[in-house]
Write a protein that binds this ligand. Structure first.
Ligand code: ZN
Length: 286
């Protein structure tokens, strides 16, 4: 009997123990629920803060940002499209295009009047840095480009080539009229006064080192970079600077692009934005 009694007692004690455990678990659960509710309330309060207290970039709390993401690639206004116009072997300048020009140095070289001030500022800043940069080519007229080209054709014919072959060969040596950036009045060839040579060695001069580092601050880019020849179709030219305006120059500089790539990216962005405007809005990363 005694053993049966004690077994019963044990069973009661076990039951009590179980009940205790259940109470503890229930208590913990209730505590957790209260905590979760409080946290949820705080999070809601955060989201309900007025927009101007949350910076646009850190708006991660809100699932639906009110402002669309800013376009990454700067696009110039309609009236400034002249700054970024692409001129190359497949994108020709319209026949007879002549910008308003001003003389930019004592040698009489001319530049697009709208960009001349920035060119002068860049040259002056380089001189202020103790350097001696020199413009050795700037605006080139249609007549000049035609003359250069025709001369080259004759030169090639003199090597014994028939006219058509000489004509094609000349295209590889002299820029075909209408495809030279110098005809836009927005390109300048700048060399070191102490090293007036148009080849790769130009990049070693202190003048080029300075210009490559600072040209974007004045709205210029090195138009034919070393690693972009396949895209530009032009050899590396560490002397040919092209005006594209401050905003685009900075973008191209910071992203290591050439002008063709900028236009490509811009076209892609435009196509993307056009698609997004006809579809339900999605805020994707990147
Ligand atoms: Zn040039």
């Amino acid at each position: 009997m005694e053993t049966r009694k004690s077994r019963l007692e044990l069973q009661i004690e076990e039951k009590k123990e179980k009940q205790k455990k259940l109470f503890v678990i229930a208590g913990v659960l209730i505590g957790l629920i209260i905590c979760a509710a409080a946290f949820g309330y705080m999070a809601t309060q955060q989201n309900e803060k007025p927009d101007n207290t949350v910076s646009q970039q850190t708006g991660a709390n809100s699932t639906e940002p009110e402002l669309p993401p800013e376009p990454l690639i700067p696009e110039v206004a309609e009236e400034n499209l002249w700054m970024t116009r692409l001129v190359n072997s497949t994108s020709l300048l319209e026949d007879g295009y002549v910008p308003e020009l001003v003389v930019v140095n004592s040698a009489g070289y001319r530049f697009d009047a709208r960009a001349a001030e920035d060119l002068n500022a860049m040259m002056q800043a380089a001189r202020d840095a103790g350097l001696s940069p020199m413009i050795c080519s700037a605006y080139r007229s249609w007549e000049r480009q035609n003359t250069l080209f025709d001369k080259q054709v004759v030169k090639q014919q003199n090597t014994g080539l028939p006219y058509e072959e000489a004509y094609e060969k000349a295209k590889t040596v002299v820029t075909f009229p209408g495809t030279s950036e110098h005809q836009t009045g927005l390109a300048a060839d700048i060399v070191a006064s102490s090293h007036q040579v148009l080849d790769d060695s130009q990049e070693q001069t202190a003048e080029q080192q300075w210009l490559m580092e600072h040209c974007w601050e004045y709205g210029f880019i090195l138009r034919y970079p070393k690693d972009k020849s396949e895209i530009t179709g032009i050899i590396y030219e560490p002397w040919h600077y092209r005006y594209v305006g401050h905003e685009v120059a900075q973008y191209i500089h910071e992203n290591g692009l050439c002008l063709e790539e900028y236009h490509q990216q811009l076209a892609e962005q435009k196509a993307r934005l056009a698609t997004e405007s006809t579809e339900p809005r999605q805020y994707e990363q990147g």
